[in-house]
Design a protein around this ligand. Structure first.
Ligand SMILES: [Mg+2]
Length: 200
């Protein structure tokens, strides 16, 4: 890939943001709804996952990287788009909002790395760079991601040090269950009209 900087994409739900905890809180507020994320407030109310903000800032400030947020929307929930944007400003600042990409087709973005908790579903499997599968054995948390990029972003990181990872990136080893897939897809595919009604 051309260009001197390493292009890194970072997912939001289950990677930067604690979707699971926020969904449980939203479900408690709207216990009768099968899809409580259909009500405004959940996406902006998500807490950052441990280490996410510090490591994002470190990656973003690194002289050898270009970092973007690459997140798929919940297309039935229009507030999802604006709340994701507001979440980024709240925790990372307006400069990072300018690097926020909301798309269900992640494969259309060119880059070297995609940090995502899902191996497929929104184009991740067709992304031409390397997938850092967040939540997998190799990358269970932000500490492990930070450690990886300490090597990958050194001037010789593309050769010797990172070479040892080639076999991992080019195989299915380490791919785990997509724990976010069920939730996201039910939201997308089976949303019932009743679940979208907003109470008075
Ligand atoms: Mg995700």
């Amino acid at each position: 890939m051309k260009g001197s900087k390493t292009i890194i994409y970072v997912d939001m739900d289950h990677v930067l943001c604690d979707y699971e905890e926020a969904w449980a809180r939203q479900k408690a507020l709207f216990p009768d709804l099968e899809f409580p994320q259909s009500q405004p407030g959940m996406y902006i109310g998500m807490n950052p996952l441990p280490g996410a903000i510090d490591t994002y800032r470190w990656l973003n400030d690194h002289p050898n990287s270009d970092v973007y947020i690459l997140t798929a929307p919940s297309v039935y929930n229009s507030h999802c788009y604006s709340e994701k944007r507001d979440w980024v400003e709240k925790y990372l600042g307006l400069s990072v909002v300018k690097n926020l990409i909301i798309t269900p087709h992640k494969n259309l973005n060119e880059g070297h790395y995609l940090i995502d908790d899902m191996a497929s579903g929104k184009g991740q499997d067709r992304f031409k760079g390397s997938l850092i599968l967040f939540g997998s054995k190799k990358f269970p948390d932000w500490t492990s991601v930070h450690t990886f990029f300490e090597e990958a972003l050194t001037p010789d990181g593309s050769s010797a040090k990172v070479g040892q990872w080639d076999s991992f990136f080019n195989s299915d080893v380490g791919v785990t269950e997509d724990f976010g897939l069920d939730q996201q897809d039910r939201d997308w595919l089976n949303m019932k009209p009743a679940g979208r009604e907003i109470p008075d």
